[in-house]
Design a protein around this ligand. Structure first.
Ligand code: ZN
Ligand code: ZN
Length: 148
């Protein structure tokens, strides 16, 4: 079904479905950890040895800007991609850059009210919350112990 979704999206924009475009889309379907273009490229290079990183970027740009199929967030100066889904908040660890999705109706309505109240129409609806993850928290505490 999701494969057909890509097909119809491409078709509606007069674009061909290619195995490469399909592979990038499938990589995003299978990896919910907000992969970067490099990570997607690494994951599919075995199947497409001639596929360049630049082409992966081109495909992702098209998916994001023309088809509105994927969204990106910038973490640590790197673009990370995900299939466009419901509104959610990103919880990001500033130590290891792990990105977690938080779905909350409360935050969603807060956000919608804010947009309404300020009469703005933001292009980027990403809310980022930075919090050290539990793994890094443990490591940091260990480091502190050693320093004393
Ligand atoms: Zn972390
Ligand atoms: Zn996300």
């Amino acid at each position: 079904m999701e494969k057909d979704f890509l097909k119809s999206k491409l078709h509606n924009h007069n674009k061909r479905i290619t195995p490469q475009r399909e592979a990038v889309y499938n990589a995003l379907l299978n990896d919910k950890n907000h992969p970067s273009a490099e990570e997607i490229h690494k994951g599919i290079i075995d199947k497409f040895p001639n596929l360049s990183l630049a082409t992966v970027y081109q495909i992702l740009n098209m998916f994001e800007n023309e088809l509105n199929l994927v969204k990106s967030i910038i973490v640590d100066n790197t673009k990370h991609y995900e299939i466009d889904s419901q509104f959610h908040v990103h919880l990001i660890c500033p130590e290891c850059n792990q990105i977690r999705d938080i779905y909350s109706d409360k935050i969603k309505s807060f956000w919608e009210n804010l947009v309404h109240e300020l009469e703005i129409n933001p292009k980027d609806q990403t809310i980022k919350i930075y919090q050290v993850c539990t793994d890094c928290d443990k490591k940091l505490k260990k480091k502190l112990e050693f320093n004393f």
